[in-house]
Design a binder for this molecule. Structure first.
Ligand SMILES: [Zn+2]
Length: 462
């Protein structure tokens, strides 16, 4: 029997133990948001550290930083001549939301129809256990893992990884590695393993158009006096074309086109427009925009503009007036190729240019964070694609992600160009961040089996 199979058999033998490890972690309500007891996050860090020791990791330490939730580090050093993997997961969770919407208590894990329900069951405590199960299966089968392992478990992912760059800086010497494996993303569908290779960035701002010192009677003044609500509507409406695509040349011309291979990858993914509309909860008759055969092509690799909030007077008090001012918050999801700051600048210039009737415009709360893409030519990607066959019986797909993941950029910057594999155990039914979060247990199992094989395969190419 080869060494990978030995480790996999060991995982199957101890599967129930690893599942118990996961349940123990999700019982700790480690919400990192302000206003929640930070002691729970500390308890989750302590429990994670104890678990690492129990599963054979060494040099286990709680990493601290003034004013930050604690992180956890552990490693398995096998041979300094062998390559080193840095594994990532996070032990903090989102608040549980509305308690009465949960079918079982959010911090009391419950198995139903092959899924484990609890806050953090998937995002991202399953990621932690994926690492501990894969590594300890090598150790407990009486073998050394084929690579050196370092594991970093963050405690602030859900609040934007605000101290991650500082952690990486302060403890820089701990993190030297040849490749990164980050387990906090979603698979394209249940049973379809995926490696995320691009993320969208986000540019947002608030805009306010002012016409008057105070609101006026619309009968006495309506006509010659410009209405700022109409002015704002005209400006906002002009930012996209009939198809809903951003109509600002300066912004869209930088978009990095899909390579032939990327195009082929997206086309090979199953996509059903009806199911997509249903998953989005779109009402009957409302169209899915864009002519893409697979709408994810737009979500992953083309920019989109959304008006997140808009305010002129209010619904309760909608009098017959010309309002003094109109306000909106808008955001552009930017894609690889686009520059966040340039996008923000052009957006503001265009809004200023388009405001009619000499009205004044002001901007507030501007933000600009970059998109991310990785070069999949590094051999780790081909190897990762294949390793998923071990667990899932099929190769992984390279996919994008329409959202932003704040921890990717600090890692890329701090560790300077080492390849990063973003994999994960979520699926479209996980409901991460919402009520009734759940983990598909068979996908979680398959991911661990694949990870055991991945360590071996990566040892040949790093
Ligand atoms: Zn997460």
């Amino acid at each position: 029997m080869d060494s990978v199979q030995k480790a996999i058999n060991c995982f199957y033998k101890n599967k129930a133990i690893h599942l118990e490890d996961l349940k123990d972690l999700v019982r700790i309500p480690s919400v990192s948001f302000p206003g929640f007891n930070p002691q729970w996050v500390r308890d989750a860090a302590l429990a994670t550290a104890q678990l690492l020791e129990k599963r054979g990791f060494t040099n286990v330490a709680i990493l601290e930083l003034e004013g930050a939730h604690p992180a956890v580090f552990g490693e398995v050093q096998v041979d300094s001549k062998k390559p080193t993997l840095l594994l990532y997961a996070h032990h903090d969770v989102q608040p549980s939301g509305e308690e009465e919407k949960w079918m079982s208590s959010p911090f009391a894990p419950q198995e139903r129809q092959g899924r484990l329900y609890a806050r953090g069951s998937a995002d991202d405590k399953a990621g932690i256990i994926m690492h501990t199960a894969a590594v300890s299966s090598w150790l407990e089968s009486g073998q050394k893992p084929p690579v050196n392992i370092k594991l970093f478990v963050e405690g602030e992912e859900e609040i934007g990884s605000i101290h991650l760059a500082s952690y990486l800086q302060k403890y820089r010497s701990l993190f030297d590695a040849d490749a990164l494996i980050l387990t906090d993303t979603s698979n394209y569908d249940t049973g379809i393993p995926s490696v995320t290779t691009s993320l969208r960035g986000l540019v947002s701002l608030e805009v306010e158009i002012k016409a008057l010192d105070h609101s006026l009677h619309s009968g006495m003044w309506g006509g010659p006096i410009p209405d700022p609500a109409l002015a704002l509507s005209k400006v906002l409406g002009s930012l996209v074309d009939e198809e809903g695509r951003i109509a600002l040349d300066g912004i869209t011309k930088d978009v990095l086109a899909l390579t032939a291979e990327e195009k082929k990858d997206i086309e090979s993914l199953p996509f059903d427009r009806k199911l997509f509309a249903k998953q989005a909860s779109l009402f009957e008759g409302a169209q899915i925009l864009g002519s893409e055969k697979n709408s994810y092509e737009w979500i992953w690799r083309k920019p989109s503009l959304t008006i997140n909030a808009i305010q002129v007077s209010n619904r309760k008090d909608a009098r017959n007036i010309i309002n003094d001012k109109a306000w909106a918050k808008l955001a552009i999801r930017i894609v690889p190729g686009m520059d966040a700051h340039k996008t923000l600048r052009i957006l503001k210039d265009e809004i200023k240019k388009r405001v009619p009737w000499g009205l004044s415009v002001q901007f507030f709360h501007e933000s600009a964070s970059p998109a991310w893409i990785t070069d999949t030519k590094h051999p780790v990607f081909a190897v990762a694609k294949k390793s998923f066959i071990k667990g899932f019986g099929r190769e992984a797909f390279f996919i994008g992600c329409g959202g932003s993941i704040p921890f990717v950029e600090p890692f890329a910057t701090a560790l300077g160009g080492i390849p990063a594999l973003l994999i994960g155990v979520e699926d479209p039914y996980t409901n991460a961040h919402a009520e009734n979060e759940s983990l598909c247990l068979s996908d979680w199992e398959k991911s661990i089996v694949s990870a055991i094989d991945l360590y071996q395969e990566l040892s040949h190419v790093l």
